[in-house]
Design a protein around this ligand. Structure first.
Ligand SMILES: [Ca+2]
Ligand SMILES: [Ca+2]
Length: 246
């Protein structure tokens, strides 16, 4: 009887360890540092593909495709601030090929897997990098431009557009006659960014465009409010910092 009790206790410990191990692996993949199966991965299951991100009602909408097998239960959605397998965390699940998320970081990544009712899980989809909606939106028209203070704080913006819907950012500043200004857009991510400078009559003053750093050196000849427009010439998404100095 004693032997049987010990056996049952051992059996419970072993089975619980197994459960905890699987659960930990699924819920805390950020603890993983290797590059083989971080989940209870079944390599024969099809993983989701064509993961896409769009923005709707200030939310992030994920959509994807997948060829599922029998026993399919749900999709698991993972998010990371770094493009590294070891840093992705499970944030939610969906029984459809869509997921709506809200997150306040400017740049991060998603991956999706398919989860089955016997605790098997497909490998992750390819990652999708997200340039989130920044806190200055909606600034797509010069009438909604946000103010930047010359010699003041640097601003961080994103262009959250995609192939069909481009973001455009307007920023205004007060300039003084006979002063030399430097408008610098730097730490650029994404495709070719253009920076345009206009006066308050929307008369074009100057421009620059670059994939690393775009700079306008400009001398003000009439005090007033001036407008900066930043956009991506290929409707892509991206990130930049902007400063105005004199
Ligand atoms: Ca923006
Ligand atoms: Ca904008």
């Amino acid at each position: 009887m004693k032997k049987l009790s010990v056996f049952i206790i051992l059996l419970l410990i072993v089975s619980n360890c197994g459960k905890i191990k699987i659960r930990d692996k699924i819920l805390s993949p950020e603890s993983y540092t290797g590059d083989d199966n971080i989940l209870n991965v079944d390599p024969y299951l099809s993983n989701p593909y064509s993961l896409d991100v769009s923005f709707t009602d200030n939310s992030i909408k994920l959509s994807w495709n997948c060829n599922t097998d029998s026993g399919f239960e749900k999709y698991n959605i993972y998010r990371s601030a770094k493009n590294n397998y070891g840093y992705f965390s499970l944030i939610g699940s969906s029984t459809t090929k869509e997921y709506i998320d809200q997150f306040d970081k400017l740049i991060f990544y998603y991956r999706v897997s398919a989860y089955y009712d016997d605790a098997r899980e497909s490998d992750w989809s390819s990652y999708e990098k997200v340039y989130n909606i920044d806190s200055y939106e909606d600034d797509d028209e010069y009438t909604n431009a946000n103010t930047i203070i010359p010699n003041g704080a640097v601003q961080e913006h994103t262009l959250h557009g995609n192939d069909y819907n481009s973001d455009e950012d307007w920023i205004e500043f007060s300039a003084v006659n006979n002063t030399n200004y430097t408008i610098k857009v730097y730490d650029i991510e994404g495709n070719y960014l253009y920076v345009y400078l206009y006066n308050s009559f929307m008369s074009y003053q100057d421009y620059d465009g670059d994939s690393d750093e775009a700079v306008i050196y400009w001398t003000c000849t009439s005090s007033g409010i001036y407008y900066i427009k930043v956009y991506n010439s290929s409707y892509g998404s991206g990130y930049y910092k902007i400063s105005v100095t004199y």
